[in-house]
Each structure stands twice: as structure tokens, then as C-alpha cells.
Design a protein around this ligand. Structure first.
Ligand SMILES: NC(=O)c1ccc[n+]([C@@H]2O[C@H](COP(=O)([O-])OP(=O)(O)OC[C@H]3O[C@@H](n4cnc5c(N)ncnc54)[C@H](O)[C@@H]3O)[C@@H](O)[C@H]2O)c1
Length: 389
């Protein structure tokens, strides 16, 4: 991460003081007295102080830490010297995959508790003693949420109350960061979508994630838990679910391209999206978790807009896939929950925490393709791959 040379001069932490300690003392007193513009600007620069030291020796729990984003985050936290506990149910149809931590020996550096966030007694126990919780466990498939709304409700909504109640009763000083989603907005009324945009989700998943998020903010405001939500947009990179298209188009398209199969694009392929490479998303979580600036706040992530056709053309170029892509009419079940054109305004997190997406799409996709070319046996057709050995 770049350390800023700022207009106000690069601030330094008082000697012997950790960033979190510093921010806790600083935020309510001095910052509270500053005008908003100055406050955001100055703290944005403060967060450019190397936040990475904030995690050394801290007890950090990652729910959903065997899944795509959670495992990338857990690995990075281990590298930063945190004492990491991963909590994941490893339900086979979701994105949890032991290989995500096994590769390069991270499973020896991170504790894993295979547990379900729906189980209150378990969560009451596990939250105890944690300094920070990154709360990423979730049912991610939009289509599954329509087929089985009750399970989505249980995991993405009710379980969030389970975790927050566990924190309220057994660890009220904890800091908790929730993984929200741009799906909460539904079809955009205007672009780019900022955090003030009305939420009118088009699917069950969006509704439950919205409720899950607002439970976090409520517990921040009423009970003093320190909670933040990041509204993620389409995220891509290594360690993603690749077995089918249920978890989103990017991973599925990448697999098809690696296998040289044609990529089906619905409609005219001109749908607009913004895509974040997973390392950038991990960095946003780390920035938010390191201080108290973001308590009670909601932030969009985002990136420059790209059409799906542009995305697929780049992917075909990188993989040299002979299958190319084919335009198909929209299937009914997809059209009904599609959000249309979307890209997010990430100005708020940019201003307040100096977060920016740093990995260009070409570079991120190239890294992703290289990862799955090497490790695909652990992400799809595992049974066949094992039988072949
Ligand atoms: N990937 C994206 O593009 C994206 C976009 C917006 C929001 N998000 C959010 O980010 C979070 C992580 O997403 P991901 O892409 O890494 O998905 P993922 O499916 O790879 O990871 C989710 C993890 O949660 C675990 N999990 C599910 N139900 C659980 C339960 N009841 N108890 C314990 N663990 C459980 C799964 O086993 C899995 O490992 C989710 O909350 C998702 O809604 C992701």
C-alpha cells in the first residue's frame, strides 16, 4: 500500500501506540469537533498510515473464512500476524473449500472451526475474546434465494441476529464488519449508485442482506457494538466457487474460457457492471477493521464500469479460448431478477479511508486464470480428478 504524502503532512502515531488504540482515543474527541469535510479528509489521510501493523497479535474471527473472499482475507490476516479463527459450516453446496487455506500451509497458521452461524450456543462461545469479527458467512446465490427463500432468510438474516446477540452478551467491545452487497439496491434509479440510493432489491437475497446489514448498524447505534458494512460489488479472483454458475457469472465464465467452451451472454451483452479484484476487497475490509473511523458507516466498493461483452472479450483474449462467446436470449428466471445496468460510486470510502480499486481488470483476470489453470483440480470435477490420480 502506498503511504501518502499528504497536504497536511503524513501523520505519525504517537510512539508505542497501536493504530486502533490511537484511533479509539482520537475519534470521539478531536475529530468530533472538526467540520465534516476536514474530518473526512484528515482521517482519510490518517488511514494511509500503515494500517497493517494494527493486526499484529490481534484476535480476529472470519466467518465464511473457507469461502472465496473470507479465505483470501484470512490468509492476509495470518500474513499480518493476526491470531485468526475461521468459522465456516463447509456446507457442500456453498463456496467453502479446505484447499483455500491448505495451499501454502495456511491451515497450519489459521485455526478453523467448522460450525454453523445459525447455532446460537456455538456463536455465543466463539465470539468470546475476539477483537475483530469479519462477518462474511452467507448464502450467496441469488437464484438459490428464490428457490429456497427460507434458507436464505435463516443464513443471511436470522443468523446475523444470532451473531450480533452473541456479541452483545459475550463480547460487547468487539468490532464487526459485515459483507453487504450491491444487490441490496436492486435496479438502479441513477448511475453510479451511491450509498444514499434507495434500496429496492429484486430478489430474496438482496432483501435478507439488507436486513442483515441494518441489524449490524442498529446494534452499533443502540448497543455500542462497533459495526460497519461494506457493500461489495462483483468480486473476482482466486479461491472462488467454480463448480457451476450459481454464485455468479464471473467465475463461471472464467471456467468456460479455461475449458475452451463458448460463453453464453444474455441479451446484447451490453449490461454494465463494475468488478473488484479480491485483493482490493480484502484491503477494504482491512482498512475498515483497523480503526474506529468507520464505526456505524456503510460504504460502497466499486470500480469503473465495463460491459459484460467487454469483459468477455478480454477474458477470451487472455485465455485464447477457442469457444469465444455466444449471445443468447434472456432466460425468464434470470431476467426477472436481473438488476440491469449497475456500477457503484465509491467516493465515500475513497474520501474517508483512501480506498481505491488498484488492480486493473486485465491484470486481475490474468492472475485469476493462472490460478485456476494450476489448481482447477481442487475447484471442479474433484471426484473425477481424484479418480484419475
Ligand atoms: N463474491 C461476490 O461477488 C460478493 C458480492 C457481494 C457480496 N458478497 C458477500 O460476501 C460474502 C462472502 O462471499 P463469497 O463470494 O466469499 O462467498 P462464498 O460462498 O465463497 O463464501 C461464503 C462462505 O460462507 C460459508 N457459510 C454459508 N453458510 C454458512 C453458515 N450457515 N454457517 C457458517 N458458514 C456458512 C460457506 O461455507 C462459504 O465458505 C457473502 O456474505 C456475500 O453475500 C459477495
Amino acid at each position: 500500500m502506498n503511504i501518502a504524502t499528504t497536504r497536511l503532512g503524513a501523520p505519525r502515531l504517537p510512539s508505542g501506540q497501536g493504530w486502533t488504540q490511537f484511533a479509539k482515543g482520537f475519534a470521539p474527541t478531536v475529530v468530533g469537533a472538526l467540520p465534516g469535510f476536514f474530518r473526512g479528509d484528515y482521517l482519510g489521510q490518517l488511514m494511509e498510515v500503515d494500517y497493517r501493523e494494527a493486526y499484529r497479535g490481534r484476535r480476529v474471527m472470519v466467518t465464511g473464512g473457507l469461502g472465496f473472499i473470507g479465505s483470501n482475507l484470512a490468509r492476509r490476516l495470518a500474513d499480518l500476524g493476526a491470531d485468526v479463527l475461521v468459522v465456516d459450516s463447509l456446507i457442500p453446496v456453498y463456496g467453502g473449500n479446505l484447499f483455500n487455506l491448505n495451499l501454502d500451509g495456511y491451515s497450519a497458521r489459521v485455526r478453523v472451526n467448522v460450525a454453523d452461524i445459525r447455532t446460537a450456543p456455538t456463536m455465543n462461545y466463539l465470539v468470546q475474546g475476539q477483537d475483530i469479527i469479519f462477518n462474511l458467512a452467507g448464502q450467496v446465490s441469488h437464484r438459490d434465494s428464490m428457490i429456497d427463500p427460507y434458507t436464505d432468510l435463516e443464513i443471511n438474516c436470522r443468523s446475523q441476529v444470532v451473531i450480533l446477540e452473541a456479541c452483545r452478551h459475550y463480547n460487547p467491545g468487539v468490532k464487526i464488519i459485515f459483507a453487504g452487497t450491491r444487490q441490496q439496491y436492486g435496479k438502479a434509479d441513477y448511475l453510479p449508485v451511491d450509498e444514499r440510493h434507495l434500496m429496492h432489491p429484486t430478489d430474496v437475497n438482496g432483501i435478507n442482506k439488507m436486513a442483515g446489514e441494518w441489524y449490524h448498524i442498529l446494534y452499533n447505534n443502540v448497543y455500542g457494538l462497533r459495526a460497519t458494512s461494506l457493500r461489495l460489488t462483483n468480486t473476482y479472483g482466486p479461491r472462488q466457487w467454480m463448480k457451476d454458475e450459481r454464485m455468479g457469472f464471473i467465475s463461471w465464465f472464467v471456467r468456460l474460457a479455461i475449458e475452451g467452451r463458448p460463453i453464453p451472454l444474455w441479451g446484447d451483452g451490453e449490461q454494465i457492471r463494475d468488478l473488484n479484484y479480491v485483493d482490493d476487497v480484502v484491503e477494504a475490509f482491512l482498512m475498515v477493521g483497523a480503526g474506529d473511523v468507520a464505526n456505524g458507516q456503510i460504504y460502497n466498493l466499486g470500480n469503473d464500469p465495463v460491459t459484460l461483452r467487454q469483459f468477455v472479450e478480454l477474458l477470451v483474449e487472455i485465455t485464447q479460448s477457442p469457444g469465444g462467446y455466444i449471445l443468447h436470449p434472456w432466460p425468464d428466471d434470470r431476467k426477472r431478477i436481473d438488476i440491469g445496468a449497475y456500477y457503484g460510486n465509491y467516493g465515500k470510502i475513497s474520501k474517508e479511508l483512501s480506498w481505491q480499486p488498484r488492480v486493473p481488470l486485465r491484470e486481475g483476470l490474468t492472475r485469476m486464470v493462472a490460478y485456476y489453470r494450476e489448481h482447477h483440480a481442487h475447484y471442479w470435477n474433484e471426484e473425477k480428478n481424484l479418480a484419475d490420480k
